[in-house]
Write a protein that binds this ligand. Structure first.
Ligand SMILES: [Zn+2]
Length: 199
């Protein structure tokens, strides 16, 4: 999910130099079918996984996001990174997260997604959840969450199940969003093609 509305204005600015230095991962964009893959459980918390966690945090912070699921970077394992703090210094790693409980009380908030750039819409979610997951050291922990963190946990865990938030919206809205994002993609490709033309 993006950090906030103001931040998303900056999120399109990518520096090629930063990408080279920081091992930023590319984020799949809806309606890419790979976003609908179901993630498998993580089997080992090894050096490779820890490197992936580091790269996912860097990618999330650089994109001004508050959460990123491995599915979004085309790694289909049950891994999510989150930081909903204003100060951007409270990283939360969830490996093999499980939803233990969700409240009957619901709330409807406006959501966005790093895989659906520029689109925000209302989604109804459980107001409180309890989630169990392993942290980056393999320690099992339970997280009781409400409000924005609860929404974020549900949003990111949906990604692991192959679900993007726009799938909660009406079919009409979904087709409009697809058309808009496909148009942006075409324009970006044309822009790249133009830049490649010899002078
Ligand atoms: Zn998302």
């Amino acid at each position: 999910m993006p950090h906030d509305r103001a931040a998303r204005l900056e999120s399109g600015e990518n520096s090629d130099i930063l990408i080279d230095l920081m091992a930023l991962l590319s984020i799949l964009c809806y309606p890419d079918a790979r976003l609908n893959k179901i993630a498998r459980p993580v089997e080992a918390i090894d050096a490779r996984l820890k490197a992936l966690i580091g790269d996912m945090f860097e990618t999330m912070y650089e994109a001004k996001g508050v959460g990123l699921a491995a599915t979004q970077v085309d790694v289909h394992q049950r891994l999510v990174v989150i930081d909903v703090s204003e100060t951007r210094d409270q990283p939360l790693t969830l490996i093999n997260p499980e939803l233990l409980w969700a409240s009957d009380e619901r709330l409807k908030g406006e959501e966005g997604c790093l895989s659906v750039p520029g689109i925000y819409d209302g989604v109804e979610r459980a107001a409180q959840v309890r989630v169990r997951a392993l942290d980056e050291n393999g320690q099992s922990r339970q997280i009781e969450a409400e409000g924005f963190l609860a929404v974020c946990l549900q949003h990111e865990m949906d990604h692991l199940a192959g679900k993007v938030f726009v799938q909660y919206l009406s079919r009409l809205k979904q087709s409009r969003i697809k058309a808009k994002l496909c148009k942006q993609e075409r324009q970006a490709q044309q822009e790249t093609a133009r830049q490649r033309e010899p002078l």
